[in-house]
Design a protein around this ligand. Structure first.
Ligand SMILES: *[C@@H]1O[C@H](CO)[C@@H](O)[C@H](O)[C@H]1NC(C)=O
Ligand SMILES: *[C@@H]1O[C@H](CO)[C@@H](O)[C@H](O)[C@H]1NC(C)=O
Ligand SMILES: *[C@@H]1O[C@H](CO)[C@@H](O)[C@H](O)[C@H]1NC(C)=O
Length: 976
């Protein structure tokens, strides 16, 4: 009873209220009397001379950040003791780490600040307005960190709040200038971060980052571009993003060797340095090749390699280091000789070296073992790993977790973590050109990892840094404070806040739309995979290729108009981070779609084949122009950053240069004998007359609104002709039912869209003839196409989805009924996946379920076709079996029948990909098919998701009309 008033007194009275962080500072007059800065005065920042160099350095950055925002730099002052009085009238910020700052300790001792909530915690801080600091210091803004980085983040938090972006240098985000900054009488407490070690890996860094760095920083004596001037910018970015850990660039580079200042500076900045999964003991791969006498092979060369390990620890011992343990083969590959037993021995030798040289308890030495690729197999085969080592699980290199901590692994002292990819070199194809990440997919996987207890380390491969600003920010913001990312719509909210902070609130919602759509479009197929055959998007069915191109075009229009609405200063960062990937991406997608249409039209013998070839060549040049535009930004600041090749992949490895896809030309030899007039229909690459005439794809009253039936009339030779189309029945009409085509007037193709008047059409199935007759077309003759017209009707009162064209397609979020059961329910993840969203069992900590225990989703649909073997296709996310004892499963039942349990992703030993993986990652998701029995009529489909890792996007019932495409049929018509 007593403690409640005391708590109130402590928190409410003495120290002001604890407010949300954005409320501590105000930017308008009249809110607070405590003015921190204006256009003529910036604060003094007082630190203890004995505090961590990282704290003093960051305080200096903050003085400059005031200069960026109000036009007057702050002043950094170092003291041995807290001065009793200031020399001038400037406002004062006092900053320091508890126990390392005489200034802060004095304030704590005097009861001026309360650090009880942060004391002894990892990377935490409290920021508060303190009144009556001394008799002659009326007030100060005080930042007290629990440790070195807690203080650093507290200082950078002020930077960010006053308007300096973490990307101010790396993405040219201008400061949000202010005329005044005030402090409220309030207090903020932050930390510890959700993930203890959070950071990024600079990787696959040639040619872009390497070329750029060489131009800007020259070469070190070892001939490499990544010197300490480069790394200072990286460290600052890392800390401003509230991360603390990096794996430095490593292909050909050796962080500690190329510039001897690198290691020391990282420590001074407060950045923890590690090495990648195949570079144990703080030594780079280049050193493995250059410094080890004999083979990089433990069995062969133990002594030499042990000495090599020892050298790594000796060199890094005075700096904060995360030691990567274990070993792989040479050059990021599996070793042919390593066994689980030898790995146990290696780790034991490594740990003895660490204990001896660092003279510390192993539990106090950050160490990780990366279970990358084949390494996971040693673990799965029962290898024992010491408790003090963090198990670093990985994704499949394409953003799908291979493993999360199991229930019996969560209380290991060293804990677990995740190594995740936003960039990759390897199969099925590299992706290292521009951003290809769906943010909400990252959220879905990392939220799962977090809830499953992978909280010790999160590290993302961010390639060349630059093109991956947004995925990097998103990943590190989650790692810093997962409480802001607890809900399925948190990614949408995050984009809004991010865009408001980097650009302006006015365009935040549009940026949500742009980035969400971009994520959806890019998840369908990465750029590097567009050269693969068969082509990603169907030209034959559902007008898929054209529809995808239209979505990209709309997206570009939105991004471009948003860009146009911005002032000049924010256009540059908006271009770098948002418009460029959309523009460059759309150009490449259009290039490939038009190249595919070129081949298709050549087969149809259209004269417009050649226009498409020209279009593709122009798009190829346009791609180069976009690269040049990027390179000329900011007077060439980012020159060479976009030199990564990306067009013309023919295997997993990048092409030596961009190459234009194969194009065909319609010349004399391709002109058919059957005359100038050509007609084509959906579903066929033939042209008529000449080729055998197919029946048109059927029409019915329930066709999805986006689906059309049409005839394309076109020229097959130079010249002109007229045509008319006559329908055998008055209830079928056609647009452009007569016209003239002329190659000299550049009218080579006309699309005639078929319409059915369903009120007038007779019930049941009929065939209607559409006769296309040429005139003034020597050698051409009329041709009649038969259109099946199926007038059907669902029973009145039916509510649900209706079959059309032999399929029923339903977006998973469009269920009729949603059950909540045993505290479990389903959530919709907006913008997840390839079409609309994803549906997931919630919370993700749920145990394995059965159809008896799990809540149920119910869908209703109506079919007209009776088929002995119909199919249910379930379109899922690309998630994998991340818990070997709990494979992904869902169950379904038709019309209340016995539930059928489906395992969509085959089981596989750790370290190898399940069969079907390549297709699934290329397509951005798994599709699982089950045979079902279905009479015609109205049906219910019940769905149970039995493991929280399953994300369902769409359901398709195939009663014989399903066409193989990338995205499947458009969503069916819903009645009722
Ligand atoms: C702040 O100091 C830096 C470093 O000395 C200087 O380059 C910059 O121009 C100063 N800014 C202002 C607004 O005076
Ligand atoms: C005031 O100025 C004196 C003399 O330059 C200096 O020694 C002292 O540290 C200054 N005190 C403060 C609070 O700036
Ligand atoms: C190391 O620390 C652990 C956990 O605090 C403790 O149990 C163990 O006794 C320590 N070992 C040594 C050698 O000090």
């Amino acid at each position: 009873m007593v403690f409640i008033p005391r708590l109130l007194a402590a928190v409410g009275f003495l120290f002001g209220l604890t407010l949300a962080q954005q409320d501590l500072l105000a930017f308008q007059d009249g809110i607070s009397e405590y003015k921190l800065a204006d256009t003529v005065t910036a604060p003094e920042i007082w630190v203890s001379a004995g505090d961590f160099p990282a704290v003093i350095r960051t305080a200096r950055d903050l003085t400059l950040d005031f200069g960026r925002v109000v036009g007057v730099n702050g002043t950094l002052k170092e003291f041995d003791q807290l001065p009793g009085s200031p020399n001038g009238t400037a406002p004062i910020i006092i900053a320091g780490a508890v126990g390392h700052s005489t200034l802060i300790d004095k304030l704590v001792d005097a009861g001026k600040i309360d650090v009880s909530e942060i004391d002894g915690k990892w990377e935490s801080y409290t920021t508060a307005l303190v009144e009556h600091v001394t008799s002659s210091i009326p007030w100060a803004l005080v930042v007290a960190g629990s440790d070195k980085r807690g203080t650093v983040y507290g200082l950078y938090d002020i930077s960010q709040r006053i308007g300096v972006s973490p990307w101010h240098w790396w993405a040219d985000v201008p400061p949000k200038t202010k005329t005044g900054i005030w402090v409220r009488n309030a207090r903020k407490v932050q930390g510890p971060p959700s993930i203890k070690y959070r950071g990024f890996f600079i990787n696959d860094e040639a040619p872009a980052l390497t070329g750029w760095a060489e131009k800007n920083f020259g070469l070190t004596p070892s001939g490499r571009p990544f010197n300490s001037e480069f790394y200072k910018l990286v460290f600052e970015l890392c800390l401003r993003l509230r991360a603390n850990y990096i794996w430095p660039a490593m292909w050909g580079s050796a962080f500690y060797v190329d510039d001897e200042a690198n290691g020391r500076l990282a420590d001074e900045y407060g950045v923890v340095v590690g090495t990648s999964h195949h570079e144990p003991m703080a030594r780079s791969e280049r050193e493995q090749q250059q410094e080890v006498e004999g083979n990089w092979d433990w069995i062969d060369n133990k002594e030499e390699i042990t000495e090599f390990f020892e050298g790594g620890v000796e060199r890094a011992k005075n700096w904060e280091t995360m030691y990567t343990l274990g070993m792989r083969g040479s050059g990021d590959a599996a070793s042919p000789t390593l066994t689980a037993d030898s790995l146990v021995e290696i780790i034991s030798v490594q740990q003895s070296l660490l204990e001896d040289i660092l003279n510390k308890n192993l539990t106090d030495i950050p160490q990780t073992w990366v279970l990358y690729k084949e390494v996971g197999r040693y673990y799965q085969s029962g290898m024992k790993v010491p408790e003090s080592v963090t198990l670093l699980w990985t994704d499949d290199n394409v953003g799908n977790l291979l493993r999360t901590p199991l229930a019996n692994e969560t209380d290991r002292q060293g804990g677990a973590g995740v190594y995740y990819h936003f960039d990759y070199v390897g199969s099925p194809r590299n992706y290292k050109w521009i951003n290809t990440i769906q943010l909400v997919k990252t959220w879905e996987q990392m939220q799962l990892a977090y809830e499953k207890g992978a909280r010790e380390i999160w590290i993302a491969n961010i390639g060349d840094i630059k093109p991956l600003e947004i995925p990097t920010s998103h990943f590190l913001d989650m790692a810093y404070d997962m409480s802001n990312h607890a809900d399925p719509d948190s990614t949408t909210k995050w984009i809004h806040q991010w865009a408001a902070a980097e650009f302006e609130e006015r365009i935040a919602e549009r940026t949500v739309q742009i980035l969400s759509t971009y994520g959806k479009l890019i998840l369908r197929r990465k750029y590097e995979l567009l050269s693969r055959k068969p082509f990603a998007y169907s030209v034959a069915y559902y007008d898929e290729a054209e529809a995808v191109l239209a979505e990209w075009t709309d997206l570009l229009n939105l991004a471009q108009s948003t860009y146009n609405s911005l002032p000049q200063s924010t256009r540059t960062p908006f271009f770098e981070m948002v418009l460029h990937p959309v523009l460059a991406g759309k150009t490449v997608v259009e290039l490939y779609i038009k190249a595919e249409l070129n081949l298709w039209r050549h087969r149809q013998r259209r004269t417009s084949t050649n226009q498409l070839a020209t279009d593709v060549q122009n798009l190829f040049l346009e791609d180069q122009a976009i690269t040049s535009r990027y390179h000329s930004l900011k007077n060439g600041k980012w020159d060479r950053m976009m030199t990564q090749t990306h067009i013309g992949y023919d295997n997993w490895q990048e092409p030596a240069e961009n190459t234009i896809p194969t194009l065909l030309y319609h010349g004399e030899d391709n002109v058919p004998k059957s005359g100038i007039m050509g007609v084509s229909v959906q579903g066929s690459n033939f042209s008529f007359p000449g080729d055998p005439v197919p029946t048109l794809l059927p029409m019915d009253p329930y066709m999805p609104s986006s689906e059309q039936r049409y005839l394309d009339i076109f020229t097959r030779n130079n010249g002109s002709f007229s045509y008319s189309i006559a329908s055998s029945e008055p209830y079928v009409t056609i647009s452009n039912s007569a016209g003239t085509l002329s190659t000299t007037e550049n009218i080579s193709d006309i699309r005639s869209i078929i319409k059915v008047d369903w009120n007038a059409a007779p019930a049941g199935s009929t065939e209607v003839g559409l006769k296309v007759a040429p005139s003034n077309a020597p050698g051409s003759w009329p041709i009649t196409f038969n259109l099946p017209v199926n007038k059907r009707s669902v029973p009145s009162g039916f509510s649900g989805y209706v079959e059309s064209g032999g399929v029923v397609a339903i977006e998973a979020e469009h269920y009729n009924k949603h059950e909540e059961k045993n505290d479990l329910y389903y959530v919709v993840i907006p913008h997840y996946g390839r079409t609309l969203s994803g549906v997931k069992l919630w919370p993700v900590t749920a145990d394995s379920q059965s159809p008896d225990t799990a809540p149920k989703l119910t869908y209703t649909f109506h079919t007209f076709t009776e088929l002995e073997k119909a199919r249910l296709l379930v379109f899922l996310g690309a998630t994998l079996n991340h818990d070997p004892s709990r494979v992904l499963r869902y169950a379904f039942s038709i019309d209340g029948g016995a539930p059928v349990i489906v395992q969509p992703v085959p089981t596989t030993p750790m370290g190898s990909e399940p069969s079907g993986w390549t297709d699934a990652v290329i397509a951005g998701g798994w599709t699982s098919a089950s045979t079902i029995e279905l009479s015609n009529g109205s049906h219910t489909l019940d769905l149970w998701i039995l493991e929280p890792g399953v994300v369902v996007q769409r359901l398709v019932v195939d009663v014989g009309g399903y066409r193989q495409t990338s995205l499947g049929p458009p969503e069916s018509t819903h009645l009722g």
